[in-house]
Design a protein around this ligand. Sequence first.
Ligand code: FMN
Length: 409
Amino acid sequence: MAAEAQTAGSVAPRPRGASGTEGLSQREMDFPTVEDLRLRTRRRIPKFAFDFVAGGCGENLTVARNRAAFDAIEIVPRYGKGSLAVSTKVELFGQSYAAPLGMSPIGLGGIVWPRMEQHLARAAQAANVPYTLSTPASTAIETIGALAPDVFWFQLYAAPGDDFRISRDMMRRAERCGAKVLLVTIDTPVRAKRPQDMRNRLAVPFRPNLRTIFDIACHPAWLLEVARHGAPKCENFAAYAEAGASPDALAGLVQRELRGGFTWDAIRRLRDAWPRAMVVKGILDPRDAELALAAGADGIVVSNHGGRTFDGAPAAIDMLPAIKAVAGDATVLLDSGIRSGLDIVRTLALGAKAVMTGRPFLFGVGALGAPGGSHVLDILIEETRMAMGQIGASDLAEVAQAAVRHNNK
Ligand SMILES: Cc1cc2nc3c(=O)[nH]c(=O)nc-3n(C[C@H](O)[C@H](O)[C@H](O)COP(=O)(O)O)c2cc1C
């Protein structure tokens, strides 16, 4: 089905009868929304793993703020054009993609389901949408470069000890493996406090208590998969750790020292060292957007890290218009809270060129295993096309012209 999405860039929404369910697969009817996949994942994997990915930091206020902000955005539909042929095609940094939707970088996504990154990279390649590998991913750069040669983006955190040689080497590896875009994450200068992870004893080294052991035993499908493929580890650091470092030692190093706290000077250095498009991820203030562009970024990702770094942050979508106003010709992307095609259309109508999203893809694979990433793409792209057809926009340029009511304006 995801292969269809590649051509879906230019075809009309799938014809449906009045009930909207004719011709749907069992999977489409069982899991019609990202929320259905979230609920299925919650039942299918241990609580410590679900809480780690689904939750934010602090009291989850920013997570809730992201959702509430999207829900409050209205688009005034225009009619009279009949049933439109809709194109979701977008060009990002000189390359054409099937939809204005990329996969956000996720560290240790393998905790939800082993080989998470491979499953998602394959789905992204088949659908022709960007896949971003995170620095602390549980799959190596080289593996993803081979699986997703046309859609591979790489995300960079500052290396342990701010060792620029490690950053440079990772960038070289990503460049060799064909990464089109370097995403430099800036919104994690210090570690975030995540109380639910502490309560669940999710720390390095992992020391499960009796409750956690019982929790794991109650999820045999997950346990079997982990037994078959091994616990996730930060593959990209193996090359820089002391020879023979244990997975725990590696994870400890990453947890203690990996940061997304680059200075603007460091970003200028990265700019000089990276020959392709560079994007700064984690911008919420227009002044930081200006500094990122002045440091040589080709684009920015407006993001509050999905509410995982600062519980006092505004909803990313609420900051988009002010950032777009200072961005000039630079490419503005957004993530944090996207859960539907309607959210994608809302974001594009407020000025972003494309969106990214993280958790929906984790929930897809958590719920369905390998095919889960493609199913999420199908859901989000089909919903995007339906929303576009409804507001009278046949392409993304017309979505950008839509009348939006945001913050009661
Ligand atoms: C489990 C998890 C791990 C993440 N790891 C990273 C990471 O390694 N690097 C990064 O830049 N962002 C990371 N993020 C943030 C995502 O890239 C993205 O900004 C966020 O998930 C967007 O919000 P959404 O999940 O509501 O779509 C992570 C998010 C989650 C949920």
